[in-house]
Design a protein around this ligand. Structure first.
Ligand code: HEM
Ligand code: SF4
Ligand code: SF4
Length: 369
């Protein structure tokens, strides 16, 4: 199936290379000009460079029903989806955890039930439904050592799989190891990432949900992206308070971890909800169904983590604290476990593709001089 998909992508991109009408929209078309003989790795690279802005789909005079049947966003997102499955390791985890909103919600609930059972069994003085207040109330339900061991273990696993997958991607897409360390390319790719430059399409935004350009998707992605970073910063600041200043959770509303966490959580809830809405109302023709399933799975996982985090804050002085903690930790476990296999991993491949694009375009400029 992958071979057929790559052949189809090759057919379409060969026509684009002759046409070149969409040259100015994004980095894909200039990169296509540099790599004229398209092998499997080249296709994987171009697919991860495409930001799915859809400008080329609506501009194309050869899209269906024309006999050339050109649909670049669809075919490249199908190849991207295969990248996530192909580079993830081990393969059975990719099959188990790679996709689906329903699967994400169900597995999160199963994980939450297991954690609730653990609390009921191993914290016998504090039933799952009981009021637990004061410093260390969370740790009376789930011991600190258990929390730290589980989440640092998961963190190391996620990082190791993503780094290994990224290296495999880099080798397959013909990246040289020393280019990966080029400060100039890393900086240029960083700037493209932070601005989501190629979601601008021809300049006015991506064609989402319909054939009128808008900045909605770019703005909502930024809310999710920066919200996620704020929540990460909240966790780091809580660790500093606890381990270096000896102040134990739960923290007051006007403390750094809670303020960062609430701001990030609200940004993630708003951003993921709006992205789901945009997806539901969008034109299905330029999308690949397998990628849409992965998108919903990731959006559900992020939304669940953020919503249950906010719920935990609201319920922390109530008898529902234990249940809320179990559901929040369950959704976090599933987010961590799905990170290397689902849509989350797009950040690694996309960033590497942008680094590669920066290196190649600079090299071409130098040859041109
Ligand atoms: C190098 C960093 C990143 C880049 C360049 C990037 C870029 C993109 C692009 C171009 C898309 C739309 C095309 C597609 O569906 O693949 C997308 C989708 C998405 N990204 Fe990112 N992203 C990055 C990091 C992140 C992070 C850290 C998060 C949150 C944890 C995130 C959340 C999402 C979500 C939820 C979607 C799906 C949106 C939808 O369904 O329309 N991204 N990303
Ligand atoms: S997408 Fe269509 S218009 Fe754009 S370069 Fe390809 S063939 Fe030409
Ligand atoms: S969908 Fe947008 S980013 Fe992707 S190839 Fe077309 S113009 Fe480029």
């Amino acid at each position: 199936m992958l071979t057929e998909l790559l052949e189809e992508a090759n057919r379409q991109l060969t026509i684009c290379n002759a046409c070149r009408y969409c040259e100015g929209y994004c980095a894909v078309f200039p990169a296509l000009e540099i790599r004229r003989e398209l092998g499997r790795g080249d296709m994987v690279y171009l697919a991860n460079l495409c930001h799915d802005c859809r400008a080329c789909y609506y501009a194309c005079m050869y899209k269906p029903p024309h006999e050339f049947a050109i649909n670049i966003p669809e075919v490249l997102s199908a190849v991207r989806e295969q990248t996530y499955s192909r580079y993830g390791w081990p393969q059975f985890m990719t099959r188990l955890l790679g996709s689906g909103a329903l699967r994400t919600v169900v597995t999160s609930l199963v994980a939450a039930l297991l954690i609730a059972a653990g609390i009921a069994l191993f914290a016998p003085n504090h039933r799952i439904f009981g009021v637990v207040t004061g410093p260390e109330s969370f740790y009376q339900l789930v011991p600190f050592l258990v929390l730290v061991s589980v989440f640092s273990g998961l963190g190391v696993y996620v990082l190791a799989v993503i780094v290994a997958s990224g290296l495999k991607f880099w080798r397959d897409t013909q990246g040289r190891l020393r280019d990966m360390l080029s400060l100039r390319a890393l900086r240029a790719a960083g700037a493209d990432t932070l601005q989501l430059r190629y979601l601008r399409g021809g300049g006015e935004g991506c064609y989402y949900p319909e054939d009128v350009p808008s900045m909605a998707r770019r703005t909502m992605h930024s809310l999710v992206f920066y919200g996620f970073l704020l929540d990460f910063a909240a966790t780091v600041s809580a660790a500093v308070l606890q381990d270096f200043l000896g102040v134990l959770p739960p923290y007051p509303l006007l403390s750094v971890p809670v303020m960062l966490g609430v701001t990030g959580g609200v940004m993630m809830v708003v951003g993921t909800t709006a992205l789901v809405r945009l997806k539901q109302t969008s034109d299905a023709r330029p999308s690949s169904p397998s990628m849409v399933v992965k998108d919903y799975g990731f959006l559900a996982a992020l939304n669940l983590v953020a919503t249950t985090g906010l719920l935990l804050l609201a319920l922390r002085d109530s008898p529902l604290l234990g249940a809320a903690l179990a559901v929040h930790l369950g959704s976090l476990v599933i987010l961590f476990l799905t990170m290397p296999y689902g849509k989350f991993v797009h950040f690694a491949y996309r960033y590497l593709a942008l680094v590669q694009s920066s290196v190649e375009s600079r090299r071409t400029e130098q040859w041109g001089d």
